[in-house]
Write a protein that binds this ligand. Structure first.
Ligand SMILES: Nc1ncnc2c1ncn2[C@@H]1O[C@H](COP(=O)(O)OP(=O)(O)O)[C@@H](O)[C@H]1O
Ligand SMILES: [Mg+2]
Length: 259
């Protein structure tokens, strides 16, 4: 595999209301390989969304560089699809139109119609083309948001806690669909998640981040093969390792206060 995305020495600083710096990311390095499924995990506020937005080209770092195929990321592009945590569908448009509106070339040619329908079928929403977002479930809406990005055949899919709002059953169903989409499209998947089992089930590598300042502490290889059983010893051992790392992250010594 070759490197597709290169994040080098990236720092992104915000200011709090007192004007003090908040290091959302500090000196972050990450190489993402073409075609891999990589997850980013870590406690709230460790810079996961910031990192994803930078890769999407929706934001710029104060320091460091982000490249794709050796070229600096200058802004958003259809070749990098971005999926928000909450499905952001157009409420006034049907499922069909929401997907069609995602098309880079929006003119409705017959070929495009077929393509929209193919993608709707891919995620099992045939029969719901005419439904409006308020008439479908959260999981269905998230699937529509995913295919709205996929329809432009992006090289990279950036997913910010895409299944965060779903219950455990729907989550597992959509995880399987995500894997199916990854295998079918061969896109590079970069997924932020809070769910350790989800990260282990789906990814080839897991990036563990810590907050204040936001940085990468460890990148774990998941050498578990394609059929991942959550009750398998290797799966359980990996879960334990990652939870321990996250626990360490969360329980870092807090400042002591004299009473
Ligand atoms: N627009 C912003 N203005 C000020 N601070 C921000 C802004 N966006 C993010 N931050 C801060 O940067 C840090 C990282 O945020 P974020 O990337 O959203 O973390 P995560 O997605 O891991 O929860 C947090 O401390 C957050 O409060
Ligand atoms: Mg976030």
């Amino acid at each position: 595999m070759s490197t597709l995305i290169e994040v080098k020495n990236v720092t992104r600083v915000y200011r709090d209301t007192n004007g003090n710096p908040v290091y959302a990311l500090k000196d972050v390095d990450l190489d993402i390989q073409e075609g891999e499924f990589i997850s980013i995990i870590g406690p709230s506020g460790c810079g996961k969304t910031t990192l994803l937005r930078l890769i999407a080209g929706l934001d710029k770092p104060e320091k460091g560089t982000l490249k794709i195929n050796g070229e600096e990321i200058g802004g958003p592009s259809f070749e990098r699809g971005y999926i928000f945590q909450q499905a952001a569908l157009f409420p006034w448009a049907t499922v069909y139109d929401n997907v069609a509106l995602g098309l880079k070339a929006r003119k409705i040619f017959q070929a495009n119609r077929e393509k929209v329908q193919d993608y709707i079928n891919l995620i099992g929403l045939d029969g719901f083309e005419k439904a409006y977002p308020h008439e479908i479930s959260g999981g269905m809406a998230q699937r529509v948001a995913i295919i709205r990005s996929l329809i432009n055949e992006p090289k990279v899919l950036l997913l910010d806690e895409p299944l965060g709002a779903l219950d455990a059953f729907k989550r597992i169903e959509l995880q399987e669909q995500l894997i199916g989409i990854w295998k079918k499209t061969k896109a590079t998947m970069v997924m932020v998640t809070h769910d350790v089992d989800e990260a282990i089930s789906l990814s080839g590598r897991i990036v563990i981040m810590t907050p204040r300042p936001g940085r990468i502490v460890h990148i774990v290889d998941v050498d578990l093969g394609p059929d991942r059983n959550r009750n398998n010893d290797d799966f359980i051992a990996l879960r334990k390792l990652i939870l321990e790392e996250l626990h360490l992250v969360i329980s870092q010594p807090q400042p002591e206060y004299a009473i």
